[in-house]
Every structure is written in C-alpha cells, then in structure tokens.
Design a protein around this ligand. Structure first.
Ligand code: ZN
Length: 414
C-alpha cells in the first residue's frame, strides 16, 4: 500500500531527515481559500497547524503539516491564473525564452503541471506546439472550454503512465507556482523525470525564499505552499530524480520567484546558478540564525500592526481591507484581525468571494464599489505585495481615506 503523503510531516520532504528544527509558528489556521457562507459562520471550522521547520541536512524550509490535497485544492477552488495580468505577461515571456534558448519546433509537446485555466499553455499553442495540461481543480474545465487539452486530476503515477502511453515523452515540462504545492516531493520529481528524455527541459517557478526573507513575506506561508525553495535543496530534490539544474533566474512573479531549468543526466550548472547560491549564502539562507531573526521580525510586525489598528478603532474609525487575496488570510488569521476590527474586505467586481466571509476571521467580502460609497477612514492594504499599485488605483478611483500598510513595517500612509 502506498504511504500517506499528507498529515504531520515526520521527516524532511526531500531527504527524510527526522530532527527538523522549528523556525516559526503561525498557530492553527483554516485553508485560506475556504471562504464561508453566512450559514457556515455558525458551524465549527477545521484548522490545521501552520509551522515552519528547517531541515538541518538538506536545508529545506517546509511546513510540518500537510492537509489532504482534495481539501486544499477542491473542484471549486476559486483561483484563476488568467485573471492575474502579471502572470499572463510572465508566461508569454517564458515561451519566448524557451523558443529562443532551447530550440523547440512546431508540433513538439509541452506538458504543464498544475496548469490552472491554461493561460501558460495558450502562449505555446499560439507558437504551434502540442499542449497538455494537468490540473485537479475546476479550472481544468475552463481550459478545456478554451480548447487547451487538460486532464482534470492530480499529477500522480497513474496519470504519468497514461500520458506516456497516449502522448509519449514531452519536450518541455513546466510547473509554475505548483512545484511547492504538490505533496510527495520525491514522487513528483521522479514523475517529471519519467516524462523527459535527454533533449527535454523542465522549468519550475516557485516563490523564492530569498525574496520571502528579505521582504518579510511571511503571508505566503499557508497550506498550499508545502516547501519554500532556495537553490541548494531544489538542486538536491531534482538531482535525486536524475535531473541537473542547468540554469536559474529570479523573476518578479508572486512577489519574487525563482525560475529553474533542469535537464536529464549529469550536466554543469550556469554561472547564474553559482552566483545565486553565493548570494543565498551571503544573506544567510542556510543559517538557522537568519531564520530565527526572520521569525522575530514577524512577531514584532504583527504586534505593531495590531497597535495601529486598535488605536484607529478606539478613535471610532472604520477600517476596510484591500483585497481579499489568499495570502491575506494568513496575515489576518495569525494576527487575529477579525470582523471586530475590519468592517469588510473588498474584491474586484465579479470575484467569486463576494458575499462570502473570510475563513477563520469571518470578515464579509464585498464589491470594491462599497469602499467609494462608504469612504471608511482607513483601508488596510491586505495585498501589500502589490500595495503601491493598489493604492494608486484606489485613490484614482476616488477613495479619500488613509491607507495602512501592514508589512514589512506596519505604517499609516497618507
Ligand atoms: Zn532535508
């Protein structure tokens, strides 16, 4: 029988080491995309431990409890890649890079793991490639409706066998913003390798630990993200599956990500890879002291933010949230910012979250038009990683109140 790959993490997800070191505890949190109906507010809510631990052997930073994947990525999972302009641009650029540097031809096969609504594959289809997506959530239906052939399932041994039988090996395999999301990291890497031959290239994009530490982006820690990659553990994970990291680059996606190119066999890595590892070492990513300092800064920021919010409430001010992104639920849940502090959180017109309540903190989600009607005294910039852009846009739309930036240093912005 196959062992469970969810539940408490008893050994490092990459190397199996047992004595994982605690770095940060964010308490018990619900699944960030599990928005509640009004009726569900009165029912018990399921939460899971959310702790960050470090492997002393391979240096992987990881969470220590993995909920059942079907709970984290249910068929009604609300996220759609195509709605995020930044990602649409990123994927177009990726297809240009691969065509320029890795010499693919029309008719070659690309497989995208965690393909969501097919936004990435569209760019390759436009270039004449054969495309195939694998996606467990309902976003697969959107892709298929748009004629992007997509298997609606988790990327598993069985699916890989099916793909090999029907399509054969792939020329390009991509896994963008999903390579840290799939449990059983070793099985995932092995399955990727099975789909490759010596001419294939595997490209993964994941949030980069260097950015998370430097910018205090702890709100990207939630149960979808099982591993927080720096290059050394990533090289080890792919190496164990027979792949070599030949190149890597930093990209701006998701508040700062690392794009890694890997090929089959033992191959040298580029200067860019070596330079990035040198920078990681200089910043202290592989040093427990750096990680403990990171955790301390988070606890301080949380307390400072609460002090600002409670002072505003004491003065009788109204505070709204901007916007109700998945990651904002880590910030709210960990800081215990609930419906007694935020009157509501705003989402773009058409968002499926409107009319529902934030998981754990029970803040009503409303159409952003409400902010301009009500003009609350403060708007808490929950999507602070795109904060500058968001504040500019909200001001231009007619909001006259003040903004509160929650991170990295909580402050009121006039
Ligand atoms: Zn390890």
């Amino acid at each position: 029988m196959k062992k469970n790959t969810f539940g408490p993490v008893l050994g490092c997800q990459i190397c199996g080491a047992k004595d994982l070191q605690p770095v940060l505890s964010l308490g018990h949190q619900p699944i960030v995309q599990e928005y509640l109906t009004e009726e569900a507010l009165h029912e018990p809510e399921v939460t899971y431990p959310l702790n960050l631990v470090r492997c002393p052997i391979c240096n992987l930073l990881q969470i220590d409890y993995i909920p059942e994947p079907a709970k984290v990525f249910p068929p009604n999972y609300p996220y759609r890649t195509g709605l995020t302009n930044m990602l649409v641009r990123n994927f177009r650029e990726l297809s240009d890079v691969l065509f320029r540097d890795y010499h693919f031809e029309k008719g070659d096969l690309i497989i995208d793991i965690g393909s969501n609504d097919g936004t990435l594959l569209q760019g390759f289809k436009d270039k004449g490639m054969k495309v195939l997506g694998v996606e467990p959530t309902g976003a697969a239906k959107v892709a298929n409706r748009n004629k992007i052939s997509t298997i609606e399932d988790f990327f598993s041994d069985a699916i890989v066998s099916k793909i090999l039988k029907k399509y054969g090996k792939a020329h390009i395999i991509t896994c963008t913003n999903a390579f840290a999301h799939i449990n059983d990291a070793k099985g995932l890497a092995k399955n990727v390798a099975k789909l490759m031959d010596k001419n294939s290239v595997f490209v993964s994009e994941s949030q980069y630990l260097l950015d998370i530490i430097k910018k205090l982006e702890f709100d990207t820690i939630y149960h979808e993200h099982l591993r927080f990659y720096a290059l050394k553990p990533l090289i080890r994970l792919l190496g164990d599956a027979g792949l070599s990291v030949v190149d890597a680059e930093r990209i701006s996606a998701a508040g700062g990500s690392i794009r890694v190119y890997a090929r089959k066999g033992k191959l040298p890595s580029s200067k860019r890879v070596k330079d990035l590892i040198a920078e990681e070492e200089k910043v202290g990513l592989y040093d427990t002291k750096t990680l403990i300092a990171f955790a301390k800064k988070i606890y301080t920021a949380k307390n400072d933010l609460l002090t600002i919010l409670l002072k505003c409430k004491k003065e009788g001010a109204r505070i709204a949230g901007l916007t109700s992104s998945a990651r904002s639920n880590t910030l709210l849940g960990f800081s215990k910012i609930n419906e007694t502090i935020l009157d509501y959180a705003c989402e773009k017109n058409g968002s499926p979250k409107i009319g529902l309540y934030t998981p754990g903190t029970h803040i009503p989600v409303v159409d952003e038009a409400r902010l301009l009607e009500d003009q609350p005294e403060y708007a808490l910039v929950l999507s602070w990683h795109i904060g500058e852009e968001l504040m500019k846009k909200t001001k231009a739309a007619g909001y006259i109140g003040k903004f509160i930036m929650p991170l990295p240093i909580p402050r009121i912005v006039n």
